[in-house]
Design a protein around this ligand. Sequence first.
Ligand SMILES: *[C@@H]1O[C@H](CO)[C@@H](O)[C@H](O)[C@H]1NC(C)=O
Ligand SMILES: *[C@@H]1O[C@H](CO)[C@@H](O)[C@H](O)[C@H]1NC(C)=O
Ligand SMILES: *[C@@H]1O[C@H](CO)[C@@H](O)[C@H](O)[C@H]1NC(C)=O
Length: 520
Amino acid sequence: MVLVQWISTTTSTIVFISVALLLVEAKQPPHIVFILADDFGWHDVGYHGSEIKTPNLDKLSAKGVRLENYYVQPICTPSRNQLMTGRYQIHTGMQHEIIWPCQPYCVPLAEKLLPQLMREAGYATHMVGKWHLGMYKKDCLPTRRGFDSYFGYLTGSEDYFSHQRCSPVPPHNETRCALDLRDGEEVATGYTGTYSTQLFTDRVTSIIAKQDPNKPLFLYVALQAVHAPLQVPERYIAPYSFIKDHHRRVYAGMVSAMDEAVGNISLALQERGLWSNTVLIFSTDNGGQTLTGGSNWPLRGRKCTLWEGGVRGVGFVTSPLLKKPGTVSRELVHISDWLPTLVSLAGGTTNGTKPLDGFDVWNTVSKGFASPRVELLHNIDPLYVDMAPCPGVASRLTLAQGSGSEPWSNSGFNVSVHAAIRYMKWKLLTGYPGCDVWFPRPGQEGSERSGLKDAPLKPVMLFNLEDDPEERLDVSDQYPDVVDQLLRRLRHYQSTAKPIIYPDDDPRCDPGTGAWGPWA
Ligand SMILES: *[C@@H]1O[C@H](CO)[C@@H](O)[C@H](O)[C@H]1NC(C)=O
Ligand SMILES: *[C@@H]1O[C@H](CO)[C@@H](O)[C@H](O)[C@H]1NC(C)=O
Ligand SMILES: *[C@@H]1O[C@H](CO)[C@@H](O)[C@H](O)[C@H]1NC(C)=O
C-alpha cells in the first residue's frame, strides 16, 4: 500500500528512489574520519568550561558521545603508535620518548597498521598531517604503510608557516632548519606562508570532495594544531583580547583555527553526501603543554607526565549511526582501542596483527554498554629511573628512600622505574611520574605542589580516580592489597616487554639545504 502511494506521483518516485539509495548506502560500511589534535589540553575545549571558544567541537560532540574517561599516551609518537598498531608501547619496543629527526628507527615494519587493515577491508585510505612514526628509510613512510595518499610532515614541532623543522644534527649537534612537508613521497615546496591548519584542511576537504560515495573512506587527519610554536593568523586572536597571558591568548587563537577546521571538515562531508554514513572521531594525542599556553585544569601535571593532566584526553565520537547520540560516556576507553573498533566497524579483520592490547569499544561508544576494558597500562619506561620524562623540561628528582620493609619491597617490580597502571578506579604510579604540579585555572595565579614542596614524592602512589580525579590523596598505605596486585600486574607486563629501541642519531640524517626525509 505504502509503496503504491509513493510511486503515484513523479516527486514521490524521487523520494522513493532516494530512500532506497539511503537503505543501500546504510548497508555499506561507514566512512571513518579520525581527527587527531596535537597537545590539546583537557581545559582547552569549550564543553569543559574553557574560556576558549570551540563552537564546532561543542556542537559536534553534543550530537555525539563525549568520552570523559578517555586515555591517550603522554606524548606524540607513543599515542600515534598505539593508534596505528592497537598495541602498548612496551610491545613495539617504543616505550621510551619520541622519535627524534635523526634517529634511525620507525614503528617496526613487522607491525601491521590500521590503514593496511582498512585497505584490506576495501577502504580508500588517506592521511593528512603529522606522521611522527619514523621516516629514516622509505619503507617507514605512510604511503608504504597502508595509506593510498599522504600530505603532511614526517617529524614534529615545525613552523606553521615555513613548514621548516629545526633540530640538531650529529656529529656536532648544530641546529639545522629544513623543510618538512611531503605530498606522497615527494618534497612539497610552494606552500611557504600558508598556515598549516588551513593547508591541511584544504587538502582534507579536497579529498572528501573527490571521494566516490560508493567506496568507503578512511581518512586520518593529524592536525599540527595546537602544538608549539605559538603561531596563528592575527584574526583568530582578536576575540581573545580579554586573555592577559600572551601564550594563552595566542594558543586560544590556534584552538579557534582548529575548531574552524573541524567545522569545515564536517561541512565538506555533508556537502559530499557522506555524512549520513560517517563516523567521525576527534581525539587529542596527549595532555596540554602548560609551558606553551595549554591547560589541563583541574588535573595534575601536563603533557609528558603520567599524571592525569598528561594522559586523560579530550575525545568524542559523532555520527548519525550512534545508537545513543547526545550522551556522555564515563566508560574507560584508550587510544589503542580504536584499531579493533574501527576495523570491526569496517567489516574487516584484525587477522595479521600481532596480539592486540586494544578492545573493540563500539558497543560502549554507540550503545552505552560497559567497557570491555577494565585495565590500562599507561607505560613502563625502564630508561627513566627516578627521573622525569621530557629532557629540558623537568629534572631528576630525589624520591623518598625506602626502608626495605615497604609492602612493595618483594613485588619483583623496580619501583624506581617510571610506570603507571590503571585498574577500574585505581591508578598506581611508580618512579617519578613527571612534573607533579597542579597548574591554576587560566587567568588565576599560582601553582601548587600542595605541601609536597619539601617532602619528596613516594616511589609508589595509589589514587582512587573515581573519588579523586585530581590525584591529591595518595592512598597506598590504606590499600596495600591493591598496591600489591597492581605491582604484580606491572611485573607481568614488564615480562612481556620488547627490548627498547632508541638508537643514537645517524649523521646521514642531515638534510643540508634540502628537506627532512628518508636517508637510509
Ligand atoms: C650531541 O648530542 C648527543 C645527544 O645529546 C650527545 O651525546 C653528544 O655528546 C653531543 N655531541 C656534541 C659534539 O656535543
Ligand atoms: C573554513 O572555511 C571558510 C569558508 O570557506 C574559510 O574562509 C576558512 O578559511 C576555512 N578555515 C579553515 C581552517 O580551513
Ligand atoms: C588469517 O590469515 C591466515 C594467514 O594469512 C589465513 O590462513 C586465515 O584463513 C585467515 N583467517 C581469517 C579469519 O581471515
